[in-house]
Design a protein around this ligand. Structure first.
Ligand code: ADP
Ligand code: ZN
Ligand code: ZN
Length: 722
C-alpha cells in the first residue's frame, strides 16, 4: 500500500503530498495517521492524507516511513485542516497543524506528550486472607494489604501511604497476594468558575421555542442566530440543545471566547454534563490537553467546550456546534493560518450535517444578514434593561470624568453597591506632550506614541519598548510636560481617592500578567461593594447581580479608527457593558461619555436597539460594498528596509492584479504604521467571488515568495480581516 503524506514543513515551497511505501508492519496506517518519514536528508513528521494501491513512481524509488506515531486524526478533520490551509492562503502543513492532537505537530518536544500510565495494585483473595491467616508478613507488607482492603490503589499512593516501593509490591505479587496492572490516568483540567450559577431552571416560552426549533433541525442541519439581550438565557438554550444532541447519539462543540474571560460558561457545561464534557484550551497543561483530546477521540467525551481552536476538536458524529458570543474578535486567529473559527464552524457543520447556533446580544451584521434568527427579547428575570444616558464630553469638561459621572459615583459611595467602568486604554495617560513646543514622545521602533505608566515608565504597547519618563523636553528643554488623556491606571487612582474607602479593582492585560483575570473577578465578586475598572475585558460575559452602575469612557474611541467595523465595535462594547448593569433587584443605570453623541452606534446602543442598528449598518455596508456584500482579503508586507517593502508590495500588486477576476477591486498599496522596526504596506482585495479571489491571492503570494526577490520581506495574508 502507498501512503500519501503531507510533510509538516512550514516552507511554502514544499508542496505535497508525497508517496511512501508502507511496509508490512504499518498496514494499520490510515488517513489521519502521523508518520516519521525520510525527506531529502531529513527525518520529518507528516500526516497521511490518502491511501492508494499504487503510485506513479516505480516501487524502487519509493521510501518507507521510519515510524508511525500514535495520533489517529479523524479523516474528516484531515480534510478540514487541508481546507483551512487553502482557504486562509496558508500552507497544507499549517492547516493540518490545526487538527493534530496536542504535542504531535510541534518540533522537538513532540514525544513528550504521552498517556500517563500508572501501576494499579489490587489484593487477591489470598492476599486478603493472608492478613488474618498465618502468613508471614513484614510490617510494610501488612500496611499494603490493609490499605488494599478498601479497594485497588495506585503504586504511587501505596508508596506514599504504606511506604512500599515497587520491589515490595513485586514480592507480594510473586507470592500471589496482589495483582498489578497498568492503567491510564486521564489528567483533567481544573475548574475556575466565578459568580452565581442557578441550576435546574424551567425554560421560558421564548427559550423553549428556540430550543424546539434547534432540536427540530438536529439530523437535518441548519444555521441559526440566537439573538438575545444579555441575561436572556442563551446559555440555557445551548445546554438544552446539547442535551438533545446527546440524546440522539450526536456530539457537540461549544465555542466560547477567550477562556480566561468565560470560566462560567465552561463550568455550567461541566456541571450539567459531567464527564461527557471535555475542555480544550491552551492554558491547560499539555498532558491534560492531550488526554482531553483523546477522551473526545475515543468517544468517552461527547461535548467539547473551548475557544476557537475547539472548532477542530475530534468530536465524532457531530450534531451541534454552538458559537457563544459570536461577535467576539477572539474567534479570529492572529497567527498563520489566520482562520476565523466561525467560518471553520460553518464549514464543519455543513460537512457533518450538524446544526450551527451562533448566539449574541450584539450579533455581527454578517450573521444578522445570513442566519435564521431566533429571538430572546427579554431578560429571564423580567427586569428591564438599564436606562442608558449619553453624556456629552464636548462641553468644557475638565479631567476624564464628567460631573454627571462623578455624581453617580458619589451616590454609589454613599449607598454602597457595585459599578463597572470601561475605558479602552491601559496605562496612566495616553501620551506626553511638551507644553512649550508641542513635542510628543514616540516609540523608536514603531510609529506610535509612547504611553505613560504608573511606575513612571514610558511604554510602547506594540513592541514593549520601555524608557524612563523624561524630566525635560528633548527638543526645547522645557520642564513643563503635559500628561494627556487617561488610561485604566489613572482612572483607578482617581476613583480610589474619590471614593475611599470603597475599593477599586483594575482589570487589564497589565494586571492579568501579574494576578490573572480569575483572581481580580473573584475578589470583585466577593466584595460587598466596589468599582471594577478595566479595558474591554470587563464587558464580557460575567454575571454580577450587585452591579447597579455601568460607565463607558470615550465611547467613540473605536470610531476614530479607519475601519469599516468600528461602528459595529462601538455598538457591541456599549451594549455589552450595559448588559452587566442592573441584573439584580436594585436595578441599574449606565452612563456613556462621548464626543460623538450623534454616532448611530452610540444612539442605538443607548436605546438597546440592536435590530435598528443592524438594519442601518447593513444598508451602509451594502452602499459601500463591504461584507457581507463582498469579501475582503488583506495582503500585508513587512520589512526592516522601507524600499524593499515598497518593492515587494508593488510586485505583489501586479501578481494579484493579473490573476484577479475582472470586476473585483484591488485597493492600495497603503502604508500601515511602522511596527517593531518593520515598515509595512498593505493591499486589500474586495471581491464578490470569494473562492476565485482567494485562489488568485494564494497563487500570487506563492509565486512571489518562491523567487529570491522577497528575501527579508515577510508576507502575510488575512482573509476576512477583523
Ligand atoms: P445569557 O447567556 O443570555 O447571558 P444566561 O443563560 O447566562 O443568559 O442566563 C442568565 C441567568 O438567568 C443565569 O443565572 C441563568 O441561570 C438564569 N436563567 C436562565 N434561564 C432561566 C430560566 N428559564 N429560569 C430561571 N433562570 C434562568
Ligand atoms: Zn519642547
Ligand atoms: Zn514600539
Amino acid at each position: 500500500m502507498i501512503a500519501k503524506v503531507e510533510p509538516l514543513l512550514t516552507t511554502r515551497s514544499v508542496s505535497g503530498p508525497f508517496d511512501y511505501l508502507l511496509p508490512e508492519s504499518m498496514q494499520e496506517v490510515t488517513v489521519g495517521s502521523v508518520l516519521v518519514v525520510p525527506f531529502g536528508r531529513r527525518r520529518v513528521r507528516g500526516v497521511v492524507v490518502g491511501i492508494a494501491e499504487r503510485s506513479e513512481l516505480p516501487a524502487d524509488r519509493l521510501a518507507e516511513p521510519l515510524e508511525a506515531l500514535e495520533a489517529g486524526v479523524p479523516p474528516e478533520l484531515v480534510e478540514l485542516g487541508r481546507w483551512a490551509g487553502e482557504e486562509y492562503c496558508s500552507t497544507p502543513a499549517r492547516g493540518l497543524g490545526l487538527v493534530l492532537p496536542p504535542g504531535i505537530g510541534s518540533g522537538a518536544d513532540a514525544r513528550s506528550v504521552r498517556p500517563l500510565v500508572e501501576l494499579e495494585v489490587e489484593a487477591t483473595p489470598s492476599g486478603e486472607a493472608a492478613l488474618t491467616g498465618g502468613e508471614r508478613l513484614g510490617v510494610r507488607q501488612k500496611a499494603v494489604l490493609r490499605a488494599l482492603l478498601a479497594g485497588p490503589r495506585s503504586a504511587r499512593e501505596l508508596a506514599a501511604s504504606a511506604g512500599a516501593d515497587r520491589a515490595a509490591i513485586r514480592r507480594l505479587e510473586v507470592r500471589g497476594l496482589v495483582h498489578t496492572r497498568e492503567v491510564e490516568r486521564r489528567r483533567r483540567p481544573v475548574s475556575q468558575g466565578v459568580g452565581a450559577v442557578r441550576e435546574g431552571v424551567e425554560l421560558t416560552p421564548a427559550q423553549r421555542s428556540g430550543v424546539e426549533t434547534i432540536t427540530g433541525a438536529l439530523g437535518a442541519g441548519g444555521s441559526f442566530l440566537l439573538h438575545g439581550v444579555t441575561g436572556s438565557g442563551k446559555t440555557e438554550v445551548y445546554l438544552a440543545a446539547a442535551a438533545a444532541a446527546l440524546e440522539r447519539g450526536s456530539g457537540a462543540i461549544v465555542l466560547v471566547p477567550e477562556i480566561a474571560l468565560t470560566p462560567q460558561t465552561m463550568d455550567r457545561f461541566r456541571r450539567r454534563f459531567g464527564e461527557t464534557v471535555a475542555l480544550l484550551h491552551s492554558r491547560m497543561p499539555a498532558g491534560a490537553r492531550y488526554d482531553e483530546w483523546r477522551r473526545l477521540r475515543s468517544g468517552e467525551a461527547r461535548i467539547c467546550v473551548g475557544p476557537r481552536s475547539a472548532a477542530f476538536a475530534p468530536v465524532d458524529e457531530l450534531g451541534l456546534i454552538v458559537i457563544d458570543e459570536e461577535h467576539d474578535s477572539s474567534y479570529k486567529q492572529e497567527g498563520d493560518p489566520r482562520y476565523d473559527a466561525r467560518e471553520v464552524a460553518r464549514r464543519r457543520a455543513e460537512q457533518a450535517g450538524a446544526v450551527l447556533v451562533a448566539g449574541s446580544a450584539t450579533p455581527r451584521p454578517e450573521s444578522w444578514h445570513e442566519l435564521r434568527r431566533l429571538e430572546l427579547p427579554e431578560r429571564v428575570d423580567g427586569r428591564p434593561l438599564p436606562p442608558v444616558e449619553v453624556v456629552d464630553m464636548r462641553e468644557g469638561v475638565r479631567g476624564p470624568l464628567h460631573p454627571r459621572t462623578l455624581e453617580a459615583f458619589d451616590e454609589l459611595a454613599s449607598t454602597g453597591g457595585k459599578a463597572i467602568l470601561l475605558i479602552n486604554r491601559r496605562g496612566w495617560s495616553t501620551h506626553l506632550a511638551c507644553r512649550s513646543c508641542g513635542h510628543g514622545w514616540e516609540c523608536p521602533n514603531c510609529d506610535v506614541s509612547l504611553i505613560l505608566h504608573r511606575d513612571g515608565g514610558l511604554r510602547c504597547h506594540h513592541c514593549g519598548h520601555l524608557e524612563p519618563r523624561p524630566e525635560r523636553c528633548s527638543e526645547c528643554g522645557s520642564v513643563t510636560i503635559a500628561r494627556v488623556g487617561a488610561g485604566t491606571q489613572r482612572i483607578e487612582a482617581e476613583l480610589t481617592e474619590l471614593l475611599a474607602p470603597l475599593e477599586v479593582f483594575r482589570l487589564d492585560s497589565d494586571r492579568v500578567a501579574t494576578s490573572g483575570h480569575g483572581e481580580v473577578l473573584r475578589r470583585f465578586d466577593q466584595a460587598d461593594s466596589g468599582v471594577l475598572v478595566g479595558t474591554q475585558m470587563v464587558a464580557k460575559g460575567h454575571d454580577f447581580p450587585e452591579v447597579t452602575l455601568g460607565v463607558v469612557l470615550d465611547a467613540d474611541g473605536t470610531l476614530r479608527l479607519p475601519d469599516f467595523r468600528s461602528e459595529e465595535r462601538a455598538f457591541a462594547l456599549i451594549t455589552q457593558l450595559a448588559g452587566r448593569s442592573g441584573r439584580g433587584p436594585a436595578g441599574g443605570r449606565v452612563l456613556v461619555q462621548t464626543l460623538a453623541t450623534g454616532a448611530p452606534s452610540i444612539r442605538r446602543a443607548a436605546k438597546h436597539d440592536a435590530s435598528g442598528f443592524l438594519a442601518e449598518e447593513l444598508e451602509r455596508r451594502r452602499a459601500l460594498n463591504y461584507p457581507p456584500f463582498s469579501h475582503l482579503i488583506e495582503v500585508a508586507v513587512a520589512s526592516p528596509d522601507e524600499a524593499r517593502a515598497e518593492e515587494a508590495v508593488a510586485r505583489l500588486r501586479d501578481l494579484v492584479a493579473e490573476r484577479l477576476p475582472s470586476g473585483d477591486e484591488l485597493l492600495g498599496p497603503a502604508p500601515l504604521f511602522r511596527r517593531r522596526g518593520k515598515y509595512r504596506r498593505r493591499l486589500v482585495v474586495k471581491s464578490e467571488r470569494r473562492p476565485a479571489a482567494v485562489e488568485a491571492v494564494r497563487e500570487a503570494v506563492d509565486t512571489a515568495v518562491s523567487g529570491r526577490a522577497l528575501r527579508d520581506v515577510a508576507v502575510s495574508v488575512d482573509v476576512d480581516p477583523q
